[in-house]
Design a protein around this ligand. Structure first.
Ligand SMILES: [Zn+2]
Length: 429
């Protein structure tokens, strides 16, 4: 059986290898415009030269010295931008209207979920998203460590992954169960359950040791009396978690939907807040003052309201939950909070990540700001600004070309015509 599998792999190798072109030669990309992320406007008539996986030059065509053996890729009608970044994904989940979250965690075997994740990673990259911060495997243990490795070594294709592994929740606060299930069965958990300062610290170190790039913690969840959203950890537990993570060189992301959960997260020193739907004006001001990034995940709300609350996109009035998330987004903008693009994709279809960009624009964020949120700003949230997020000499060649100009119409981000990661072309006209 094993020999048969090895034979199949060898047979597939040429196919896998041809999925991406070699990065060793120089490539000259010739779009109509280049949006570098250094300003707001696109530059007409600029070109980008890529060599050995990095951007080696960018500027007006006449100013770029092109090696004679460079491969030239014409991209008429397009704008070249840095590869897009989604700061909140779950490659091990698929849309809840296909399979509920409970059923995914309880009934889908981890190997099956990993195979699906490989497809999700490919769809994401092909959609022009060259980096993801993947915030928790939702019951699939440390599977994201292997997915990241498989992408890095070229076994599968996908975006750069920055992973949170299992994520950390307070005992009894997350799912599936114990609420809603009989009390004499052992359920798998959607994240690592801990109680007490020592156990919280141990969980951070375990996850760090297994390969987490970030620590993800839930500072509130729907576990209050009657299932209302309520805070989870004590301030002492949260402080210990953040300290242990920061000592190890890892930032912390907090799931927080309530104002109280956000407050506790901010006061504990976390680095980014996910969702934040119930955030007050004061709390967003505090985020601004403390330099905490905000990840709005507007598309997750639209999706769950569509699946479970009769919302019909393009027809219904926004539901109360959608209005709450939109109010949070506006408050964050008014307070000047650093907003990074993050969609919670996995709740909805992988590869549809650009929906979040359209939402931000629809709620009044100018198109160039939306692009910044998904490129240089997101790279700064990841502490990767010296590696990617802009089009500048020396940075990794993570680049996308879109038909039209996304800096004037963000809807252009739905249709990438060229996708390059690390100087390799994965999609071309
Ligand atoms: Zn999430």
């Amino acid at each position: 059986m094993r020999r048969w599998f090895a034979a199949l792999l060898i047979a597939l190798l040429p196919i896998l290898a041809s999925a991406a072109e070699p990065a060793s030669t120089s490539i000259l990309l010739v779009p109509d415009r280049v949006w570098t992320a250094d300003g707001d406007a696109s530059h007409v008539g600029w070109v980008v030269l890529v060599r050995d996986g990095r951007i080696s030059a960018v500027g007006p065509a006449a100013s770029v010295k092109v090696p004679t053996d460079a491969q030239r890729i014409e991209l008429p009608g397009t704008t070249l931008t840095p590869g897009l970044i989604d700061l909140h994904s779950h490659v091990l989940l698929h849309p809840y209207n296909e399979t509920s979250w409970n059923d995914q965690v309880l009934k889908e075997a981890v190997p099956y979920r990993v195979l699906e994740a490989a497809n999700h990673a490919r769809d994401t990259l092909m959609a022009g998203f060259t980096a993801l911060r993947d915030l928790g495997t939702e019951g699939a243990g440390y599977a994201d460590v292997s997915i990241r490795k498989a992408i890095d070594d070229g076994t599968i294709i996908g975006p750069r992954l920055f992973i949170a592994t299992r994520a950390i929740v307070a005992t009894g606060s997350y799912g599936p169960g114990p609420r809603g299930f009989r009390d004499d069965i052992d359920l798998p958990t959607g994240a690592q359950e801990v109680s007490g300062v020592d156990n919280v610290i141990a969980a951070v170190r375990e996850q760090a040791g297994h390969g987490a790039d970030w620590i993800k913690v839930y500072t509130d969840y729907r576990w209050g009396p009657g299932g209302v959203s309520q805070t989870t950890f004590t301030a002492a537990e949260l402080k210990a978690l953040v300290d242990a993570a920061h000592v190890s060189g890892r930032p912390v992301s907090a799931h927080a939907s309530t104002d109280a959960g956000m407050r506790m997260a901010i006061d504990a020193g976390i680095d980014s807040i996910e969702h934040g739907y119930g955030g007050s004006v004061d709390t967003f001001k505090r985020m601004h003052d403390r330099g905490v990034a905000y990840i709005p995940t507007l598309t997750a709300v639209e999706s769950t309201e569509t699946y479970f609350n009769h919302y019909v996109p393009g027809q219904s009035q926004p539901t109360p939950k959608m209005l709450e998330s939109q109010q949070a987004f506006r408050r964050a903008r008014e307070a000047g909070v650093r907003i990074g693009n993050g969609s919670d994709v996995g709740v909805f279809r992988h590869g549809d990540n650009a929906r979040e960009l359209l939402w931000m624009a629809k709620l009044g964020m100018p198109a160039p700001q939306v692009l910044h949120a998904a490129t240089d700003v997101a790279a700064r949230v990841l502490h990767q600004e010296s590696n990617f997020g802009r089009i500048a000499p020396g940075l990794r060649a993570d680049l996308v070309a879109f038909q039209g100009d996304p800096a004037s119409d963000i809807a252009a981000t739905i249709h990438p015509v060229l996708v390059m990661k690390d100087g390799r072309v994965y999609r071309r006209p």
